[in-house]
Structures are given as structure tokens and as C-alpha cells.
Design a protein around this ligand. Structure first.
Ligand code: SF4
Length: 291
């Protein structure tokens, strides 16, 4: 399996351990081990990516499935993912690949150039980094995005937004659109549901906005967990007050899955009530999802 040496801009040494600075977890990785995302491994004091060139999913989808409703509408997009994720969402729909490492599941062997050629052959106008968390295959995504732009293709990142500001800033010139999951507006619940914190996700939204990357936001309403109307209203107010009034918000219905298989689906009326709240807060493009 191909191992890609990671630029030392994104890690440092602490004795024989490595500190990865790609995402806000700042994993301290002992020799022979991987970080939380299972994609970055300390091999004899050097950090390598297990994900680079090793996608486990390659497919063509409608761009609305990302979901992006205001970007290349009606087009198809080449979608790729590698194994791994820096979150541990209790409701993950893709847990068989997100909670695995590239060397433990079937994968293709495809260079960035081969991915771009595939998109050109299929005559799709864009490539999406999606299904799992693209931050954890950052170097692969970055190189594909650069080549995609050289060949006139657009790029899309579907992400949990859990990435540090410096690598995000470096990536933005090569990223045309993003859909960011904003899971809820309470840090304690964020940590419980995902293993990550809320503030870095908000920082990512602000950074994408500043860089001019077209952004849409997805919010999943999980009964008993993220359906607190006070949090929801605070989230919508924050978005309206921080320049996201014209950013499409996809309010998604939850269906029982993975570690939350015991919960009921979100009542449809609750999604419609949330849509009204979002509009009252000043958000202009609010779409119910998964209904
Ligand atoms: S990218 Fe992976 S290894 Fe690096 S800090 Fe985040 S979870 Fe840890």
C-alpha cells in the first residue's frame, strides 16, 4: 500500500512522538500508531498518510446529493472518499468506511492525475471530496484540487469543518464550493455526538466566507439530541448576524442509524417548524432535507 510522506508544515516532533496539526485534535502519535482519524501514521518519527492515492469510494452523483442546491445545479459530480474520519459521530451513515483505516478495507490505487482524468473522461464539471471526512485525506484532496483547476474542473468539499485555519487557508484557492455540517449550537452536545468541539467549525465557516468559497450548511435534527429549539434559534441568529443570511441552510431529517438506531426518525412537522424559525431569523434559503 502506498504511503505518502506528509509535509513537516503540518506536524512536529515531541521525543519519538509526533504532534499532528492538521485538525483541532492535535493528536500526539506514538511510533507505529495512527492519530484519531486512522489515516496519519508515525513511522519511525516521520508522519505519513495512509489515505493518499487510496480511495475506497469513487462514484458519480447529482450535485444536489452533496447537498449543494446553488452550485452547478443539475450537474453530475465525481465523488471520492478514502477511509477515516476525525469525528466519531454516533449517527454516522458511512461508519463502515469512516471508522476504518485505509489499510483495513478494500481500496483503489488512484493518483490525483488518474482521478482528474476520470472526471474528464466522464465529462463531469466537478470533483467532490465527500462521504467520509476529506480533511483526513488533506494532501490527496489538495493535489487533486490543484490538478482539477489546471484542467478546468471545479472542486467541492463536503466536510465536518474540523480543520485548522492554516491548512484550510492553503486549500481555499483550490476549492470552489463546500457543504459544512453544523451539527448543533451547544459545545457539550457537539463533543458528545462527534468527539469534536463547536468553535472550530464556526471558525471554518467564517474562513470559507472570507476566502470566497461558495458554502452551504447542513444541520441534522436528531430527536432528543440536536432538536433543542433554543439552540437552533441561537444557531440561526449567529448565522444571520455573521454574514450567512444568503447561505443555503439544509435542515435534514434524521433516520435511525449506527449507534442511534434506537431513536425515532425526526417528525416532519419539526423540520417544517425549524424551517420557519430559520426564516424568521433572517435566513433566505432554507431547505428541508431527507424528507
Ligand atoms: S488529522 Fe488525524 S492525526 Fe491529525 S490531529 Fe486530526 S485526527 Fe489527529
Amino acid at each position: 500500500m502506498y504511503l505518502h510522506r506528509i509535509s513537516e508544515i503540518l506536524w512536529s516532533r515531541k521525543g519519538d512522538k509526533i504532534i499532528c496539526s492538521l485538525c483541532p485534535h492535535y493528536c500526539v502519535i506514538p511510533k507505529g500508531k495512527t492519530g484519531r482519524c486512522r489515516t496519519r501514521i508515525n513511522k519511525n518519527g516521520v508522519l505519513y498518510s495512509l489515505a493518499y492515492g487510496n480511495p475506497c469510494s469513487v462514484a458519480i452523483d447529482p450535485v444536489e446529493k452533496k447537498p449543494l442546491y446553488h452550485f452547478l445545479s443539475g450537474s453530475q459530480v465525481l465523488s471520492i472518499a478514502t477511509a477515516g474520519c476525525n469525528f466519531r459521530c454516533l449517527n454516522c451513515q458511512n461508519w463502515t468506511i469512516s471508522q476504518a483505516s485505509s489499510d483495513s478495507i478494500d481500496h483503489y490505487d488512484l493518483s490525483p492525475g488518474q482521478i482528474v482524468n476520470m472526471a474528464l473522461r466522464q465529462k463531469v464539471p466537478s470533483i467532490a471530496f465527500t462521504y467520509t471526512e476529506p480533511t483526513v485525506f488533506y494532501e490527496y484532496m489538495f493535489d487533486i484540487a490543484v490538478k482539477a483547476h489546471e484542467n478546468g474542473l471545479k472542486t467541492i468539499m463536503v466536510s465536518n469543518g474540523y480543520i485548522n485555519p492554516a491548512p484550510l487557508e492553503a486549500l481555499c484557492p483550490y476549492m470552489d464550493a463546500a457543504n459544512i455540517d453544523l451539527k448543533c449550537f451547544d459545545d457539550k452536545m457537539y463533543r458528545y455526538l462527534t468527539g469534536g468541539k463547536l468553535q472550530p467549525v464556526l471558525d471554518t465557516l467564517l474562513a470559507l466566507q472570507k476566502a470566497g468559497v461558495w458554502t452551504e450548511i447542513t444541520h441534522l435534527v436528531i430527536p432528543g439530541l440536536t432538536d433543542n429549539p433554543v439552540w437552533f434559534e441561537s444557531m440561526c441568529r449567529w448565522l444571520a448576524e455573521n454574514g450567512f443570511a444568503s447561505t443555503p441552510l439544509h435542515i435534514s431529517r434524521f433516520f435511525p442509524t449506527y449507534k442511534l438506531a434506537y431513536l425515532p426518525p425526526t417528525p416532519l412537522e419539526q423540520i417544517m417548524r425549524a424551517k420557519e424559525t430559520a426564516q424568521k431569523c433572517g435566513l433566505r434559503f432554507v431547505y428541508p432535507g431527507n424528507i
